[in-house]
Design a protein around this ligand. Structure first.
Ligand code: COA
Length: 315
């Protein structure tokens, strides 16, 4: 498959580190050097599906395709207000299309997992145009009194439209299952038969362990996919790394021995927006005119699961 267009959409409220220090025992001096984050967008009166639809419409327009041409919508999402139907159905209904659609919950690497799935449908000849929408509101998963977690995340949506082609050069998905390192638990409806203890648990993160997982798996995944595709780190035009923490990105870059110019970042203004992070970065770089035909982009993302994924895409 090949990429035809990108789009993104952000909540209007931008919360700075100084804003956080008004109600939390934290400050910019702690947050910025450890994470690279200065501010993040946070949902207020918006609905996540509206951000998803906005990002999708921008991607469709950028791709110069008609909505009626879409053969499939894959939504990557961890939580939104609906349990059912899937966010993809809500997006499809607002777009006025009736192609097959489904959601995946692969946390931060969701965009790459979705690309990998779309690629299989292209290879089987079942689709000609696929819309991927990654929409996330981690601000609704966190405990806003837990300074070690809530300062890291932001909300948003990123989308991409793919068509037939041979520009996706490879993908690699991997898992190191360990639900205890990064999780949120929510309570279901009660029934007359439930006699076990249940609780709402806002996002729990073993920060240092997740940090180590991110750096080691991303560097390993990238080296593996470069070997798969016969590329050297220097032949890659841009490394599109999940924007979780600038120190994680720097450590991956050090490990690969690549110059910083090849690692675009937007974490400073967005924080970690889970699976929306990679497609928002992709869209911002696209709209800034950064890419030229033939550029090689390597995506790498990691997160809850613990899951990780990487992909090589030629522009
Ligand atoms: N403001 C001020 N102090 C804070 C703070 C905040 N927002 N958050 C934590 N602290 C305090 C802690 O309470 C601790 O204090 P103590 O030593 O008195 O107990 C101290 O800062 C050190 O905390 P620590 O957790 O050791 O810091 P760290 O250097 O490991 O950085 C993270 C913490 C969360 C920034 C880092 O572990 C990280 O980025 N992990 C990966 C997270 C991630 O990206 N997750 C998503 C992946 S998809």
């Amino acid at each position: 498959m090949k990429l035809l267009g990108t789009g993104s959409s952000l909540p209007k409220i931008q919360v700075t580190n100084d804003d956080l220090s008004e109600f939390l025992d934290t400050n910019d001096e702690w947050i910025f050097p450890r994470t690279g984050i200065k501010s993040r967008h946070v949902i207020s009166d918006e609905k996540l599906e509206d951000l998803a639809v906005d990002a999708a419409l921008k991607a469709v327009e950028n791709a110069r395709v008609q909505l009626s041409e879409l053969d499939m919508i894959i939504c990557s999402n961890v939580v939104n207000e609906y349990v059912t139907p899937g966010l993809s159905c809500i997006v499809a209904s607002k777009l006025g299309v009736s192609c097959p659609c489904f959601d995946i919950n692969c946390a931060c690497p969701g965009f790459i997992y979705a690309m990998d799935m779309a690629d299989s449908y292209f290879r089987s000849g079942k689709v000609r145009k696929v819309l991927i929408v990654c929409a996330e509101e981690p601000s609704r998963m966190i405990n806003w009194a837990d300074r070690s977690v809530c300062v890291l995340f932001g909300d948003g949506a990123g989308a991409a439209v793919f068509g037939e082609g041979d520009k996706l050069k490879g993908t690699r998905l991997s898992a190191q299952p360990d639900p205890e390192k990064l999780y949120e638990i929510h309570k279901l409806q009660n029934t007359p038969y439930i006699n076990k203890e249940e609780a709402e648990v806002p996002l729990v993160m073993r920060g240092r362990e997740v940090f180590k997982f991110a750096v080691t798996t991303s560097a390993r995944d990238i080296k593996n996919i470069l070997a798969d595709t016969g590329l050297t780190p220097g032949q890659v035009s841009y490394y599109m790394i999940h924007q979780a923490n600038l120190r994680i990105i720097d450590a991956i870059r050090d490990n690969l021995g690549v110059e910083p110019e090849k690692f675009p970042t937007n974490i400073r203004d967005h924080g970690n927006s889970s699976s929306a992070s990679c497609p928002i970065l992709l869209d911002e770089c696209n709209r800034a005119g950064m890419f030229k035909e033939g550029d090689i982009l390597v995506f790498s993302a990691f997160g809850a699961g613990l899951l990780s994924a990487t992909a090589v895409l030629e522009w």
